[in-house]
Design a protein around this ligand. Structure first.
Ligand code: GLA
Length: 375
């Protein structure tokens, strides 16, 4: 089924990788509820790779690892549904998952039926160990068909990292979201590189099949599986703002049981979430000022006629960015001007003489939700 807004939730991979179990998943889910994250939209709890035994059983079925998930997956699904959350799982189109657990190649229909029986609402589908003799798109179409007929509405999350020109065929597979890049890690360079890889593929996102820029690293601070160096809070702010502006899924990757207040504030910023969840799904576009592609302005027309504008300074020096209202459809002769509110700070902003401008520190951003008003 078409999803009008990109999914939001939490995924086990970034922090926990193979160290997952029922207690971790359900206690993190409880935290999503009690911290208020569920209330603002984070509703999918996704168990990533490493949840099964290393072998299928004699009938060919995937078996949840009884040490990690002693009550099985239906139990986890029921518990999540009782909390008002949705349940996501993971498999792969190759013979094995990326961490070498059994995957769905040639088991697509049986696995889709099992996921439906267990109460799964979301399937992340990876691209490792894909036989070179078979087209990835054929395998994704196979799982897309299997999910469509499995009797349950399961969001299909393609994860082929943009390989094999994914953007050209992913919309034909039934996928609701598609991973456009390799894996994120918790460093500034990783965030910057993923943002810069989006320029060329902005036309391939939005309602129908959202472009997935990978799980969030906000609040990881160097801890956990993809932890590495960590980022500053300003870098996390910019990261989250870019994912919202570009309508990426928002899957939290930090340990939500140990979040600091700043992390929570970033993940729940009301201005950014109103942009991320805009149902019209108009495509964002961008400007590079002065031919420097580290100084980027993303713009998105929203459902009610507001305009989201984000100034992003990906460079290592400060910069004064500006944008003419005329360039985003509001010329001076229209008698209209722009004013609105800034994400994170809540400050008011308005165009002065038809121009929006802002001085930005290195690795920082300013995002506004602007209304088009009479002068
Ligand atoms: C791939 C995916 C990641 C994660 C791992 C699990 O690398 O891109 O998001 O799911 O596999 O092994």
């Amino acid at each position: 089924m078409i999803k009008n807004i990109p999914p939001m939730g939490w995924n086990t991979w970034n922090t926990f990788a193979e160290k997952i179990n029922e207690e971790l998943v359900l206690s993190s889910a409880e935290q999503l509820v009690s911290s208020g994250l569920k209330k603002v939209g984070y509703e999918y709890v996704v168990i990533d790779d490493c949840w099964s035994l290393r072998e299928r059983d004699r009938s060919g079925a995937l078996v949840p690892d009884p040490e990690k998930f002693p009550h099985g997956m239906k139990y986890v699904a029921d518990a999540l549904h009782k909390m008002g959350l949705k349940f996501g799982m993971y498999s792969c189109c190759g013979g094995m998952t990326c961490a070498s657990y059994p995957a769905s190649l040639n088991h697509e229909y049986a696995d889709a039926r099992a996921f439906a029986r267990w109460g799964v609402d979301y399937l992340k589908y990876d691209y490792c160990f894909k036989p070179s003799s078979v087209d990835g798109k054929a395998l994704y179409r196979r799982m897309g068909t299997a999910l469509s007929g499995c009797g349950r509405d399961i969001l299909f999350s393609g994860c082929s990292w943009g390989s094999d020109n994914t953007h050209e065929w992913i919309g034909t597979t039934g996928a609701n979201i598609w991973r456009s890049t390799g894996d994120i890690v918790d460093t500034w360079d990783s965030v910057k590189s993923i943002i810069k890889q989006q320029y060329a593929i902005l036309p391939y996102g939005g309602v129908g099949c959202f472009n997935d820029m990978d799980m969030l690293i906000v609040g990881m601070h160097g801890k956990g599986h993809v932890g590495l160096k960590g980022c500053t809070d300003d870098e996390y702010r910019l990261h989250f703002a870019a994912w919202c502006m570009l309508a990426s899924p928002l899957m939290i990757g930090c340990d939500v049981r140990n979040m600091d207040e700043t992390t929570k504030e970033i993940l729940t910023d009301p201005v950014l979430l109103s942009i991320a969840k805009d149902e019209r799904g108009n495509r964002p576009y961008f400007f590079h000022n002065w031919n420097n592609d580290d100084w980027t302005i993303f713009v998105r027309l929203l459902a009610n006629g507001d305009i989201a504008v984000g100034f992003f300074n990906l460079s290592d020096s400060g910069v004064d960015l500006w944008l003419s209202a005329d360039d985003i459809g509001v010329p001076d002769f229209s008698g209209k001007t722009l004013s609105g509110v800034e994400a994170y700070s809540g400050a008011s902003v308005r165009a002065v003489n038809g121009v929006l401008s802002k001085e930005l520190a290195p690795h920082s951003c300013a995002v506004w939700r602007l209304q088009v008003k009479n002068k």
